[in-house]
Design a binder for this molecule. Structure first.
Ligand SMILES: Cc1ncc(COP(=O)(O)O)c(C=O)c1O
Length: 442
């Protein structure tokens, strides 16, 4: 599993320099972990600086739809940088790449989406969407419509509003005070056998609206499928019912499609999978497959009508970045050219079917998924962490998110690589007892 073409002079020294200088996201300050230093990638594979090869079961942070190391994207970026690397798109400035990307996004999006606001990533997109819906209501003469509904177990990012909308208490510890005006409903998850789950969730939504008053609620923000929360698809029928309640009360629907958009569910947008016509869709990650930082908030007709004529004093320096836009356009072209939506629709269910037998194990609570977003929930977070560590030793990257192991391989993963993923993950899940003790020989 080693590869002689991989870099580096002295991996040990590199690790020491990393630990001495970088504060990594999600790391303990002053107690850095031994880093896995990634040197290169190709398709669904990555190699570390010592030349060890890994199958990328998560594609980093779920961003890499088209696979690693694509020369087409490098060429587009180089060409664009030589022509115009960046210029502002504030106010009356623009560039051809951002215009073309916005047009393409509107073309691909569900009915009702008409315009695009660019960002550099997901959290910025959620911050933007929350400001935009509040701004829209205020501009339309309803400034009291400020409350944002979201759900427990949701992840919406790390800005103040996006963290306030997030439904993971551990992420908010020692980070306060966070802004008011965020109300969390129960997580949209229930056992497959629980026939009454959707009715209960919808009743809770109705009661919450009744309690707060619809006239105070700006929007409902939700991931179509919980991502960081453990790759949790909602019970069938949940989304159309939620949309119907929101519409009846005039509350806007903002979908956080930062993980789900651009093929992961086998559709351009999960909104299309669930038959939704949201008022805004927040995207990032798969938009550029992570080759450059890029996000986009897709804005629906209703929001545009409410905000019509309003001066929206909000924007990031790198909005509509020409190089990032050019890369994103080519990335979308690759997804289309190579039939990656169909690919996700084919291999997702196969992967799910082959992992489902793990549910027979005592320490596996659930195996679930939609398209190429899959989660294996075990009974203890320590067990999930031990399984992820075992997989990594075996050359497979999976991520432990609380009690769940989350999977989202690049959409280009081959059939043979799918087999390898199933075998290595299954072996490591089976090798773990309920207390999370790994097998003796790693
Ligand atoms: C559903 C969801 N929303 C928001 C974010 C935040 O995006 P970013 O990390 O690009 O700020 C993420 C990141 O993983 C996400 O998965």
């Amino acid at each position: 599993m080693t590869d002689s073409t991989a870099v580096t002079a002295d991996p040990g020294a590199l690790a020491a320099r990393d630990k001495a200088t970088i504060v990594h996201p999600h790391s303990r300050i002053g107690a850095p972990a031994e880093p896995l230093i990634v040197a290169r990638g190709r398709g669904a594979r990555i190699w570390d600086v010592e030349g060890r090869r890994y199958l990328d079961g998560t594609c980093g942070l779920w961003q890499c739809a088209v696979g690693h190391g694509r020369p087409e994207l490098a060429a587009v970026a180089a060409r664009q940088m030589e022509t115009l690397e960046f210029y502002s798109s504030f106010g009356d400035y623009s560039n051809p790449q951002a215009i073309a990307l916005a047009e393409r996004l509107v073309e691909l999006a569900p009915e009702g989406i008409e315009r695009v606001f660019f960002t550099n990533g997901g959290s910025e997109g959620i911050e933007t969407a929350i400001k935009l819906v509040r701004f829209a209501w205020a501009h339309a003469g309803q400034p009291e419509r400020t409350v944002i509904l979201s759900r427990t177990r949701a992840y919406h990012g790390v800005g103040s509003a996006s963290l306030a909308a997030t439904g993971m208490p551990a992420m908010k510890e020692k980070m306060g005070p966070l802004p008011d005006g965020f109300v969390h409903l129960s997580e949209p998850h229930a056992p497959r056998t629980d026939a009454g789950a959707v009715d209960r969730m919808v009743a809770e939504l109705e009661e919450t609206i009744e309690r707060i008053g619809a006239e105070r609620i700006a929007a409902f923000v939700g991931e179509p499928i919980l991502g960081v929360g453990g790759m949790v698809p909602p019970p069938e029928g949940y989304w159309p019912r939620v949309q119907e309640v929101l519409r009846r009360h005039g509350i806007l629907l903002v979908l956080d499609e930062i993980v789900t958009a651009f093929g992961r569910t086998g559709h351009w947008f999960a909104a299309q999978r669930y038959g939704l016509e949201p008022d805004a869709i927040v995207t990032a990650k798969g938009l550029s497959s992570g080759y450059v930082p890029m996000g986009a908030v897709l804005i629906g007709r209703r929001v545009l009508e409410l905000a019509d004529g309003g001066l929206f004093l909000h924007g990031f320096t790198y909005n509509g970045h020409p190089t990032c836009s050019a890369v994103a356009l080519e990335n979308l072209a690759i997804i289309e050219r190579e039939g990656l939506l169909e690919r996700a629709r084919q291999i997702g269910p196969r992967l799910l079917e082959r992992l489902r037998p793990l549910e027979q194990l005592d320490h596996v609570a659930e195996v679930r998924g939609e398209g190429l977003m899959l989660g294996v929930e075990v009974t203890e977070a320590e067990t999930a962490a031990a399984i992820a560590a075992g997989c990594r030793r075996d050359g497979l990257i999976v991520r432990a998110a609380g009690v769940s192991l989350v999977l989202s391989p690049p959409l280009v993963i081959s059939d043979a690589e799918v087999d390898e993923l199933v075998e290595r993950l299954s072996a490591n899940v089976r090798a773990c007892d309920p207390e999370g003790t790994l097998r003796a020989a790693a």
